[in-house]
Write a protein that binds this ligand. Structure first.
Ligand SMILES: Cc1cc2nc3c(=O)[nH]c(=O)nc-3n(C[C@H](O)[C@H](O)[C@H](O)COP(=O)(O)OP(=O)(O)OC[C@H]3O[C@@H](n4cnc5c(N)ncnc54)[C@H](O)[C@@H]3O)c2cc1C
Length: 260
């Protein structure tokens, strides 16, 4: 199986703070990590490769420092990595990001599965995977927690609020992965040594035949008008008891607040 895993380098959001004056994220000094859902995507890809053979390639679109995230994936067991980096990609929204990633998948050719995390913990849109399927003109399985491959088709569990769907589909496919029951594997010593010996190839816009109309700022129809911290609401109040009196107290309060 030829599998591509899309990996985004994200700020560790547990460390991100908001500037109270400008209401923007303070990113300085915040460590970068591999998006946690992408580690689960990689774990799923590695399990499929270990069982059915083939190759796992990790790709990321980002600045040169995103190569560190790809090296971490090689240390975990990925076979190859490619960084997509070019000033032409700057300012990409999800549509332009998914177009750029798709062009890299097209260049690789003969890819059976593209596996993404469900969402990135900084952008949080969960759009890139489904948009890639559209750009590539192939099917998509989203919110997936388990995958079996019978040599012809995938049998996957898609999580729902109350249980899961069992879906069958034939590759090529884009799959997005939720948090799995097991933790992603840790980097091995051998893998870490390989990661530091590996020169991560960088593909530019020209390498993947990017049409500038669809990439970077020019290819991004989304406009962010304002970013702000939601105002804190007042404290809630719990009215104790399950008697009629407790209901009367609640009704009084709602009347006072002119809600009733
Ligand atoms: C108008 C606008 C301008 C923007 N400008 C910039 C900018 O200048 N610089 C900037 O850094 N961001 C910019 N962004 C943010 C950027 O659009 C998102 O970070 C990116 O499109 C991914 O969206 P997301 O984080 O919601 O990912 P999701 O859709 O939540 O991610 C789902 C999955 O897709 C894959 N994935 C997502 N992004 C990547 C990636 N880059 N590489 C590999 N795999 C990926 C991962 O597997 C991830 O788990 C901008 C956004 C907007 C709306």
């Amino acid at each position: 199986m030829e599998i591509v895993v899309c990996v985004k380098q994200v700020p560790d959001t547990t460390e991100v703070k908001i500037d109270p004056v400008t209401n923007t994220l303070i990113r300085e000094g915040v460590p970068s990590i591999v998006n946690p859902f992408d580690k689960f995507a990689l774990e799923m890809a590695l399990q499929l490769r270990d069982k059915h053979g083939g190759k796992v390639t990790v790709i990321s679109m980002g600045p040169p420092q995103a190569a560190a995230a790809l090296r971490e994936c090689i240390a975990m067991g990925a076979d190859e990595a490619v960084l997509l980096s070019d000033r032409a990609f700057a300012g990409s929204d999800t549509l332009a990001t998914s177009y750029t990633l798709s062009q890299a998948v097209r260049k690789m050719g003969n890819v059976d599965l593209v596996i993404c995390g469900k969402q990135a913990i900084d952008g949080d849109t969960a759009q890139v995977g489904p948009e890639m399927a559209e750009h590539l003109g192939i099917g998509q399985l989203t919110y997936i927690s388990t995958i079996e491959f019978d040599g012809e088709k995938l049998i996957a569990h898609r999580e729902q609020d109350e249980g899961y769907d069992v879906i069958e589909a034939k590759p090529p496919l884009v799959v997005t992965i939720i948090k799995l029951a097991m933790d992603p594997r840790l980097p091995t010593v051998k893998g870490t040594a390989k990661a530091y010996r590996t020169e991560v190839p960088v593909w530019t816009a020209a390498d993947i035949a990017i049409d500038p109309k669809f990439a970077g700022l020019e290819g991004s129809p989304t406009l962010v008008k304002r970013i702000f911290t939601p105002e804190r609401r007042g404290k809630g109040e719990i009215i104790q008891g399950d008697s009629k009196e407790a209901v009367d107290v609640l009704v009084d309060k709602l009347r006072q607040a002119k809600i009733l």
